[in-house]
Design a protein around this ligand. Structure first.
Ligand SMILES: [Zn+2]
Length: 56
């Protein structure tokens, strides 16, 4: 077994549903960052919009 944990390209899953706060999240859809909440049955996409942003 090889571990491909180097680099920071792999996105970690969100810990909580942003809509109901539950933690019952599973990957969903074919889009990167797509998740489905098993509690409220919402699907959403987590997308990085910037790093090191100091001004909006
Ligand atoms: Zn939810």
């Amino acid at each position: 077994m090889t571990q491909a944990t180097s680099g920071r390209t792999r996105q970690l899953p969100p810990f909580h549903c942003p809509y109901c706060g539950e933690e019952d999240l599973t990957p969903h859809g074919e889009d990167d960052g797509g998740w489905r909440c098993g509690a409220c049955l919402r699907t959403f996409i987590v997308r990085l919009t910037g790093t090191g942003v100091t001004r909006s």
